[in-house]
Design a protein around this ligand. Structure first.
Ligand code: COA
Ligand code: AMP
Length: 639
């Protein structure tokens, strides 16, 4: 491939010189009920609000705009489900019809603009329909990932206070059907906020028991509306900064943070990113192999591809085992995918099972243009392997649930910059990224520091946390005045490339899933036999990191060997969910602490990872670290 000169520097400088002009032009590609006159109101909200006087509707921009432009018969969504051995597709007109029917049902339960609905669904087309139907009505959706347990769902119900929950009877994981309804019923029981209605899609793999009066069958409601001749539902006009959705993500405690996304800034930035960053044109097939429960799913399975007029791919399967490590190549070849976006862990999983990529030879990937990786650090070894086998650009890019779209990347649509393995390349227009020292001063190239983004954040990033403006300010804006603190640490090289080396808080990344070790510690501490505990993220060859728990038992606890540890593992699975991948709890006599009582998690992590470590000068009792090292013996040799 001949490298085309990148327009990146010109575009980035153009944004820097005239940010409002830049976003005004980006906004002009979309449909507005009231077009934006002002672009930024710097004094509104915590750091300013974008397009303050505009009125729009995101769902209308995802559907009606394309149908009006003649794309009604183009595929909007392809559902490919190797796990159920099925699939289907919907054109833009089909999808609009399904969204209208779902919107009728939702409105029928009495929901109005500004009300919340939780969506707890597997990777089926109804999940996308549910999101867009809420967006059309101005109902704020909050999608909860299916791998979370009842308690996590209950926490979100209490925070979002939904009138309605949209769900399905089950999700399907390799070798097991995950019945959602018992989890949902438990969550509704546990939550203080009482939910009036549940709209449930029955899947053939598991039939859910319905509670009369509260639970309603999706298919029956849909059939009834069709029989009644239900027509289209008008998109509700939304002020630019009305919330489109709230997506909960791990914070530093067990209480998740409700990241708010608005209508206007979100649609403008996502639409811009599809062309400039991902290099996509309307009519092409884009595949984000993630889950609608994560931010990648919100932004790049649902909203961005549809805003751009692309065909999006909804994949209910895994990179390996459904049925083999050739699954991704089959999907790319069969559906003519141009760009795939997934987490590095998926490629590590494929490589582990098929190191020579022999399955790839069975498929024709002609037309496949690029692979984008995010969600965790892309280790250079995996990136090189993917480049070697695919022979297309492999692009690491860095972002967070909070930002909703990439902070740093290598913009395919603007022409790529030279790739440096280990770096997600450079800041995208909209982001003035700085590496700061403890005093908040920018550090020189090559020096590690905290990575922060100069305010205002660009359109599409979170304006606040749901019902928690103070928590928003204290979590993100307080530490470095004038900046958004990403809680990632790293450095910039002499050419301005960023290197993201890890979090500065207790968040860990397990198979691209963001989890809080603090949240897991809260669960372990609730075990009646546990006096104290600590959870760290230890290196893992497949998942990047996995949680490791250390527990100190209360004096006098008398249990069979391994029993409390097994109970602790079960408790985390039960309270947080299988997605926590918490499989190891180790009993120790004491935890290593500083003299002021702070647990030395950083040193414990180094020991667990087999990295060199030194005895911290502030340690209370040096012998404890030797005990921890003994407890972990064999972990690195076992890989
Ligand atoms: N519903 C219910 N359970 C779920 C679930 C869901 N939606 N998603 C995952 N789980 C369960 C898994 O079945 C597994 O359960 P187990 O402990 O009984 O085996 C557990 O949660 C851990 O899941 P995961 O960490 O995904 O591990 P895995 O071994 O099932 O799969 C990978 C590993 C690498 C194949 C998988 O994580 C993957 O495909 N990741 C890449 C794509 C991605 O998810 N990216 C996210 C952000 S871009
Ligand atoms: P999430 O909110 O789940 O998207 O997780 C965001 C976090 O994942 C970031 O704060 C980083 O710690 C990590 N992360 C995401 N993408 C990358 C990347 N490309 N390189 C390094 N870390 C990443």
């Amino acid at each position: 491939m001949v490298a085309q000169a990148s327009r990146y520097h010109a575009v980035y400088d153009g944004w820097k010189n005239d940010p409002e002009g830049f976003w005004r032009e980006a906004a002009s590609a979309l449909d507005w009920i009231e077009p934006p006159r002002a672009i930024l109101n710097p004094s509104a909200g915590a750091y300013g609000r974008w397009f303050p006087d505009a009125v729009c509707n995101t769902a209308a921009n995802c559907l009606d705009r394309h149908i009006a432009a003649g794309r009604g018969d183009q595929l909007a969504l392809i559902y490919d489900s190797p796990i159920t051995n099925s699939g289907s597709s919907l054109t833009y007109s089909d999808l609009k019809r399904e969204v209208d029917l779902a919107a009728h049902m939702i409105r029928g339960f009495g929901l109005e603009k500004g009300d919340r609905a939780i969506i707890y669904m597997p990777m089926i087309p109804e999940a996308v329909v549910a999101m867009l139907a809420c967006a059309r009505l101005g109902i704020i959706h909050s999608v909860v990932f299916g791998g979370f347990a009842a308690h996590e769902l209950a926490t979100r119900i209490d925070d979002a206070k939904p009138k309605l929950i949209l769900t399905a009877s089950c999700g399907i994981e390799p070798g097991r059907v995950v019945a959602y309804k018992p989890l949902l019923d438990r969550a509704i029981d546990e939550a203080h906020h009482k939910v009036s209605h549940v709209l449930l899609f029955q899947r053939p793999q598991a039939k859910a028991e319905m509670i009369a009066g509260r639970d309603h069958d999706w298919a029956e409601g849909r059939d009834r509306l069709i029989a009644q001749g239900a027509g289209p539902v008008e998109a509700v006009p939304m002020s630019a900064d009305d919330p489109l959705y709230v997506l909960y993500t791990s914070g530093t405690t067990g209480k998740p943070k409700g990241v708010v996304r608005d209508h206007a800034g979100h649609m403008v930035s996502l639409h811009w990113s599809m062309g400039a960053i991902y290099g996509m044109e309307a009519g092409e097939v884009f595949w984000a192999a993630s889950d609608v429960g994560w931010v990648v799913g919100h932004s790049y399975i649902v909203y961005a591809p549809l805003l751009k007029g692309c065909t999006t791919l909804l994949y209910e399967g895994k990179p390996v085992g459904t049925p083999d490590p050739g699954a991704f190549w089959r999907v790319i070849a069969e559906h003519k995918v141009k760009v795939l976006f997934t987490a590095p862990t998926a490629f590590r999983a494929i490589r582990k099972e098929d190191p020579k990529a022999e399955y790839l030879a069975k498929y024709n990937l002609g037309g496949f243009r690029a692979l984008f990786l995010a969600g965790e650090r892309a280790d250079p070894d995996t990136v090189k392997w993917a480049e070697d086998i695919l022979k297309v650009p492999v692009i690491d890019h860095w972002w967070q649930t909070e930002t909703g779209w990439p902070i740093c990347g290598n913009p395919l649509g603007l022409g790529m910059l030279p790739v440096k393995h280990g770096s997600p390349t450079v800041p995208m227009p909209g982001y003035d990224v700085q590496v700061l020292d403890e005093a908040g001063k920018p550090v020189e190239a090559g020096k590690m520091g905290s990575i922060a983004v100069k305010l205002p954040l660009p359109p599409g990033c979170l304006p606040t946390l749901w019902n928690a403006d103070d928590r928003f300010r204290s979590s993100y804006l307080a530490e470095y005045p004038g900046y958004y603190n990403t809680s990632d640490a790293g450095y910039r090289d002499a050419e301005g490339y960023l290197y993201i080396m890890g979090r500065t808080d207790d968040i860990i990344n397990v198979a691209g899933h963001r989890l809080s070790t603090g949240g897991m510690e809260e669960v372990l501490a609730s075990h009646p036999a546990v006096a104290e505990c600590a959870v760290i993220g230890a290196k893992d060859a497949l998942k990047g990191e996995v949680p490791l728990g250390f527990v100190v038992l209360k004096a006098g606890v008398n249990a069979l060997p391994g029993m409390i540890e097994r109970e602790c593992v079960g408790l985390v699975r039960d309270q947080i969910g299988p997605v926590a991948a918490f499989k190891t709890a180790i009993t120790v006599n004491r935890l290593p602490k500083t003299r002021s009582g702070k647990i030395l998690r950083g040193t414990m992590k180094k020991i667990a990872d087999g990295d060199p470590w030194t005895m911290p000068a502030t340690i209370d009792d040096p012998a404890i670290l030797e005990e921890i090292a003994r407890a972990l013996e064999g972990r690195h040799s076992a890989g």
